[in-house]
Design a protein around this ligand. Sequence first.
Ligand SMILES: Nc1ncnc2c1ncn2[C@@H]1O[C@H](COP(=O)(O)OP(=O)(O)OP(=O)(O)O)[C@@H](O)[C@H]1O
Ligand SMILES: [Mg+2]
Length: 351
Amino acid sequence: MTEVAAMTDVPPPAPDAPKKIGMLEQPWVEKYRPTLLSEVVGNEETTSRLQAIAEDGNLPNLIVSGPPGTGKTTSVKALALALLGSKTKVGVLELNASDSRGIDVVRNKIKSFAQNKVTLPESRHKIVILDEADSMTTAAQQALRRTMEVYSSTTRFALACNLSGKIIEPIQSRAAILRFTRLSDSQVLSRLKTVCTSESVSYTSDGLEAIIFTAEGDMRNALNNLQATHSGFNHVNQANVFKVCDQPHPETVKSIIKACQGGKTKEAVAGMRSLYGTGYSCSDIIATIFKVTKTQQIPEPMKLKFLREIGFSHVKIAEGNATLLQLLGLLGKMCEVGREMGEKEDAMVVE
Ligand SMILES: Nc1ncnc2c1ncn2[C@@H]1O[C@H](COP(=O)(O)OP(=O)(O)OP(=O)(O)O)[C@@H](O)[C@H]1O
Ligand SMILES: [Mg+2]
């Protein structure tokens, strides 16, 4: 009885609550996943080749490789849809890294799919999509070699991966390799703006710039960060984006680099100590130092020397030497460069 009373005590949901849950249910990356090849942003050369394959209808075995979040899975799926239309369900076998894809699966599942008879549009092939194929074991890939050849009259393979080097050479030689590159800032920006408009997101241009800065040409990352900032703060500006993305704030890093340029070691070290104290890892910090240095207005010779030193420190940090001392050592070197080159500039001015 008391339980029932307690249950009836639950206050009714706020009128706007269901809307919010509905909004959060579908991630924007999925909601705005292009279904047509023509909607895929960027990598024009690659997508136009895929488009040509879709029009021609003769799909070669394909390997699509490139960095994450650039549209590989999307393009391969869009290609399959363009080729098979309403028959996509029966004519496509999609296996990704979450499915088991050992030798047994190649021997049984893929083989039996290739042997199956299905009615497809004329001169079309069944398609096996192996997403994240670089995570397949070498043995499973070896088992695929002969299957690809034996059933080539009825079945074609489309492999998507991040590193084409992880696909064994015999499969590479049986397939056409298409490469995706990171998307440019303007391509990500235009897509973000489209999404902002259709989701009525309130944003500032520096907010979108911050998303692009953190995404580094990865559209999935950009859309996820946009959605996270929107649902967390209801307004996308620079400060909110950096709160959500949890990366060292580029403005803080900028001021440290500025101090190095002027050879002000004390100031740079104090800035770094407080940044490190906020809990960021060394690799996050050094990655941001690199990105900021790359884009900041610094005289070219000095920038090159800075990047060289940052590179050396990045290697040491990646090797496991991730300590504050490492970062401070880097600042010491950068300040030395700043002082030497700054003096030279001053001397030139005096002359
Ligand atoms: N070129 C693009 N044009 C439009 N949207 C894109 C593009 N690339 C990625 N996206 C967005 O990012 C999401 C993820 O893209 P996709 O799954 O194709 O990435 P991927 O290249 O396969 O990455 P991964 O290597 O991590 O598998 C898509 O749902 C889509 O919303
Ligand atoms: Mg993918």
